[in-house]
Design a protein around this ligand. Structure first.
Ligand SMILES: Cc1cc2nc3c(=O)[nH]c(=O)nc-3n(C[C@H](O)[C@H](O)[C@H](O)COP(=O)(O)OP(=O)(O)OC[C@H]3O[C@@H](n4cnc5c(N)ncnc54)[C@H](O)[C@@H]3O)c2cc1C
Length: 233
């Protein structure tokens, strides 16, 4: 899977700070903007986050290009309703030469890999035959599997991203969407280090919400996702 950050705001911490300070100020945007420095914005965003005043985080959005993700994972992704999506259409794009995602559990077993591959080969062949019978792509696609690769563009604001990372960086999330979430997190941490400081599964900041289903690795996760760095003070 290939994930790229297609669009990110300039100086997101400063944009969030200006937006939030408007609530408490009689000054103009320009006056507030002039007063906000990178350092003061970092401090202010940390304070907002610690108080749970998260609505100002909605003023910055990030757009990702995702290639080579399975339809199984995109179905999980689009359950996140506070995001915008554009997905390659199986109605308009022929899947005759589509690629498929093979989970490692299958790739790692000779017998399972052969079964999986021969089934996909049969699906490819049948899809092609349906095409030759002039069956529209939108109907031929009914035989396609969850493994089918897809491309997407996704836009989420920072508040929704933090929520998405809480759910999808968690070890309880499936490996593919977890891989996606991790790649997205790595990208946004470069673009907005303080907004996404210590972002990750819920156990990084509070306790594990999974009860009996907990992986029991909260301590390790806190160490892994702890990103607070002195250079951002
Ligand atoms: C490990 C894991 C296993 C899962 N297993 C299943 C499963 O077996 N079956 C299944 O169907 N789903 C499953 N899901 C999907 C899950 O139920 C959610 O649909 C998905 O994670 C999106 O979460 P969300 O609704 O919090 O997020 P978003 O849609 O991104 O919404 C963000 C937040 O906005 C608020 N919000 C959004 N829309 C509304 C609304 N209409 N009304 C009120 N508040 C709203 C909520 O506070 C919500 O948490 C699973 C998810 C995970 C992470």
């Amino acid at each position: 899977m290939n994930v790229r950050l297609l669009k990110a705001p300039d100086r997101p911490e400063e944009a969030i700070t200006v937006a939030a300070k408007i609530c408490y100020s009689d000054k103009t945007f320009e006056e507030i903007e002039r007063q906000v420095t990178r350092e003061s914005a970092y401090k202010f965003v940390r304070m907002l986050k610690s108080l749970g005043h998260d609505s100002a985080l909605e003023h910055v959005s990030f757009t990702f290009g995702i290639e080579g993700i399975s339809r199984a994972a995109t179905h999980q992704l689009v359950r996140h309703r506070l995001a915008s999506y554009s997905q390659q259409s199986q109605r308009y794009v022929s899947m005759e030469h589509a690629d498929f995602v093979m989970p490692e559990s299958i790739a790692g077993s000779e017998q399972a890999r052969q079964l999986f591959s021969s089934c996909l080969e049969m699906i490819r062949k049948t899809y092609s035959e349906l095409n030759n019978l002039n069956i529209p792509k939108e109907d031929a696609r009914y035989i396609l599997p969850n493994a089918c690769m897809s491309n997407m563009v996704v836009t989420m604001n920072a508040r929704e991203l933090l929520h998405f990372f809480q759910l999808r960086c968690c070890t309880r999330a499936q490996w593919e969407i977890r891989d996606l979430a991790q790649k997205m997190l790595d990208l946004v941490q470069q673009a907005a280090p303080v907004v996404f400081e210590n972002a990750g599964p819920e156990c990084v900041r509070t306790s594990c919400p999974e009860g009996k289903m907990s992986c029991g690795q909260a301590k390790q996760m806190r160490i892994r996702y702890h990103t607070h760095s002195a250079q951002n003070e």
